[in-house]
Design a protein around this ligand. Structure first.
Ligand code: FAD
Length: 799
């Protein structure tokens, strides 16, 4: 096909931002003699809408940086007439005519076209919420929206902002409002933020928000907003939460702005996306459409798909210009490659998530891995978490989600490139990628993902996943933790037996030959090695936990657990750590600094344990780059009353924990060996010395007592609120282990009465009983085996 270089035609573009501006500029480069007019409803053309949240947060400082082009420059450089403040009201396809209103003077006029390109974008969806119409609220689509937010902030100086909706724009705004010093809450109706990520991956981001003190509410739908006299608003949720705020941002999603096309009789989909062919041509051969308003081919599912991203909009604009100019370009479809900054993390994804694959009944398998972004021995290596989804048995890559620090988006781009060419996990094994220690590893994370996936497809290893635990327990599988004893003691999956991988060959006799074996380690590597040893030693059914304990831990933590242990840190410190005020301690005490950057878990916790060997009181600042360290350190301080977490924060991709160790500290996790012979699923209670030995009560006896005439005076459940919600004793009261020392006064009435403490497995409740006994309470017993044993005995629990 030749270029229509000399053809004189009038091409009109509706919408002058991403898709529309690209189409117009490309068209001029191809067709010097065409008349090109762009109608844009707003006051700006070709502005950087993706940069708007960062201008709100004062990260982008120059306003003019957002205005990529002006009508004047379009005219001078491209000879294109850009009419801003002009709204196209209707299209008459039969006469090839548009009805336009000049918004500056309200004058209407008609104009003829030969070819028409629609790029009207998508508009923020505003849900109907009782009271919303009575309060000022904001959305963010364009520069005027952005200016309204900034003006409101300047005039009212709100201290607290709430973003309703945890999608891309909502999260970016939350981060930028936080950058302005605002306390920020996000309310999300779904169980997680960013719908395109699967839950266990989004949990990493939930943790990041919590670390940055952004209060996240999930599974919460705002149903009413009540204004109060002092400029504040109360957001009420369906489940009864009330959130007080001073600035409301609505960011619950977008809708294709396709009414103009629909009214003109163009074909649209069920979800109102404009339907186009590979040339971006609508059902009218003279009208093309691009961008957020159209439905294009999803290359993974081979079905139409709506995708609101700037890259596809720009490329579609280019294709339309080519087609109008006579080139044979096609827009082949999308795979959905995206990236977002969430405070210190980069979250990126491509293709389909697991939820979609399930809905579409596509046969798939997945692997998780947590490699460093570059060689661990080179300074500042940061772990990333990868989830790779691939088709079985072909190995075609279906999707990936990667969250981490520097180098994250580079990996997703490599995967996107392979996927665009219909590549498989076998291709990932073979990829030759750039390597030097500051940038990568000789086996790049992408090669590693390929190795893991092909091992599965070639039947070299079988994997189990974090969500399989309940089924494993039901089917009496043998859970084998092959991490070191130290790692196991800090935290492990309830019911697991610990045989470190280095001791496995000598201890094979301790593993039942007649049960399926479910191995796990911290990230999956030692588990894989161990599973190979077992498989070649006569065990026929061996599975390795993909992504290891790290993935399991992220996936199973409740949001309450992520939020709670952070929000009351200073309070805990003031009460427990020292008789000196917290500020005084933090500012004047000499801190030992341990830099564990680049070490993957358990490296950082091992470094800390080594430092804690010293006698006497200590203040330690430990720096890690492995996000899993956050939950490890929290668990460690939770089970060790002798250490307190003074602060936990992230800065420059590093996790910084400040720890205070009491002079009389005893590491409870280094006491009480878990015996290998104990093949029962029950977890052994660790009994720290130095604290009193307390009695335990069996589930059977507790049940009898509860129904007797002399039940315990109080049953204290010391777990976290999220665990409590999953099932607790009807008669119990929730007082988490972390808050127990603060509640001793309130419990004084039970000094001489019978108290029972409860947790999940009997470990925390034992510690709680010890604390109570040390504080002078006389009759305390801890429920042996905790709620696990209670529920296993078939006794009732409330939710
Ligand atoms: P738009 O760029 O929205 O342009 C449509 C234009 O059409 C609008 O200016 C509108 O005024 C005009 N219009 C509509 N109807 C009429 C009419 N009847 N007459 C005249 N004019 C009309 N994408 C990414 O890939 N990465 C990001 O980081 C990213 N960040 C974003 C941040 C924000 C705050 C927003 C709002 C979007 C972001 N996006 C991002 C999405 C990206 O901007 C869109 O996918 C892209 O702009 C879509 O291009 P479009 O041409 O279809 O629509």
């Amino acid at each position: 096909m030749g270029l229509n270089e000399s053809v004189e035609m009038h091409v009109i573009v509706v919408g002058g931002v991403a898709g529309g501006a690209s189409a117009a500029a490309r068209l001029r480069r191809l067709m010097e003699h065409a008349t090109i007019t762009v109608f844009e409803r707003g006051p700006y053309v070709s502005f950087a809408n993706c940069g708007l949240p960062y201008f709100v947060g004062n990260v982008i400082k120059r306003r003019s940086a957002l205005e990529l082009m002006t009508p004047d420059l379009f005219k001078r450089r491209f000879n294109i007439d850009v009419k801003v403040n002009h709204e196209v009201l209707s299209i008459n396809p039969a006469d090839r005519e548009l009805n336009v209103r000049d918004l500056t003077n309200n004058q209407k006029f008609t104009v003829k076209y030969d070819k028409l390109i629609l790029s009207p974008g998508a508009e923020p969806f505003i849900p109907s919420i009782k009271g919303l119409e009575l309060v000022p609220y904001f959305k963010l689509r364009d520069i005027p929206d952005m200016e309204k937010i900034i003006n409101y902030i300047n005039e009212n100086q709100p201290k607290h902002a709430t973003v309703v909706g945890g999608g891309y724009i909502g999260i970016e705004l939350a981060e930028n409002l936080h950058a302005l010093g605002k306390a920020v809450s996000i309310v999300e109706m779904m169980p997680k933020i960013l719908p395109i990520f699967d839950l266990e991956m989004a949990q990493i981001l939930h943790q990041e928000l919590a670390l940055n003190e952004v209060r996240l509410f999930v599974n919460e739908k705002v149903v009413e907003i009540i204004p109060s006299a002092d400029g504040r608003f109360l957001l009420l949720t369906e489940k009864g939460q009330s959130i007080e705020t001073e600035l409301i941002i609505m960011s619950v999603g977008i809708r294709p702005e396709s009414k103009l096309a629909q009214d003109a009789g163009l074909q649209v989909s069920m979800k109102n996306y404009i339907q186009v062919n590979e040339q971006m041509q609508t059902s009218d051969s003279n009208i093309y459409a691009v961008g957020d308003a159209v439905e294009v081919q999803n290359m993974i599912l081979n079905e139409p798909w709506g995708l609101a991203l700037a890259g596809p909009a720009n490329r579609e604009g280019r294709v339309v210009a080519d087609v109008i100019a006579g080139l044979s370009s096609k827009f082949e479809g999308v795979i959905g490659t995206s990236v977002i900054k969430v405070f210190g993390l980069t979250a990126s994804m491509v293709g389909m998530n697991e939820k979609v694959l399930k809905e579409k009944n596509i046969p798939y398998e997945k692997v998780y891995l947590h490699p460093n972004n570059h060689a661990g021995y080179y300074p500042d290596a940061v772990a990333m978490s990868i989830k790779l989804l691939f088709e079985t048995p072909t190995g075609r890559i279906l999707g990936a989600q990667i969250i981490g620090g520097p180098g994250t988006e580079k990996r997703i781009d490599v995967l996107a490139t392979v996927m665009k060419f219909n590549g498989t996990v076998f291709d990932l094994e073979r990829l030759e990628l750039a390597y030097a220690p500051p940038y990568g590893s000789a086996k790049d994370p992408i090669n590693m993902a390929g190795f893991l996936a092909t091992n599965i497809l070639q039947n070299l290893t079988k994997v189990w996943h974090w969500h399989d635990l309940a089924t494993i327990k039901e089917s009496d599988g043998f859970l084998l933790d092959v991490r070191t004893k130290g790692e196991f003691k800090v935290s492990h999956i309830d019911g697991a037996i610990n045989i470190p991988d280095t001791e496995l060959r000598e201890n094979l006799a301790k593993i039942p030959a007649d049960k399926p074996i479910y191995v796990y380690c911290q990230v999956g590597f030692r588990g894989y090695l161990s599973s190979r040893v077992l498989l070649q030693s006569g065990f026929s059914e061996v599975y390795n936990l993909s992504g290891g304990f790290k993935t399991y831990d992220y996936a199973t933590k409740s949001l309450e657990q992520l939020n709670s242990s952070l929000s009351n840190l200073p309070l805990k410190f003031k009460k427990q750590a020292s008789s000196r005020p917290a500020e005084d301690v933090i500012q004047t005490s000499e801190q030992e600094i341990i830099d564990a950057s680049g070490l993957a878990c358990p490296g950082p916790i091992n470094a800390l344990l080594e430092a804690l060997q010293k006698s006497g009181e200590q203040y330690i600042r430990i720096i890690s780059t492995d996000p899993a360290f956050i939950s490890t350190i929290r668990t460690y301080v939770e089970v060790n009353p002798g250490v307190q977490l003074l602060s936990l924060k992230t800065a420059n991709n590093k996790i910084i924990a400040e720890i205070h160790k009491n002079a009389d500290f005893i590491d409870v996790t280094s006491l009480g060996e878990v015996e290998l012979e104990n093949t029962e699923m029950e977890q052994r209670v660790i009994r720290p010395v130095g604290l009193p030995v307390v009695s335990e009560i069996s589930p059977e006896d507790l049940r009898k007592e509860i129904t007797s005439t002399t039940p315990p005076a109080i049953i204290i459940d010391v777990r976290e609120p999220g665990e409590w919600k999953r099932g607790h004793l009807k008669q119990a009261s929730l007082i988490t282990l972390g808050t127990l020392p603060d509640k001793l006064q309130d419990l004084a009435q039970y000094m001489q009465k019978e108290i029972v403490t409860v947790c999940a497995s009997g470990k925390r409740s034992y510690l709680a009983a010890q604390l109570l006994e040390k504080a002078g309470f006389e009759y305390i017993r801890s429920l042996r085996g905790g709620m696990i044993a209670w529920q296993r005995a078939g006794y009732d629990s409330a939710k």
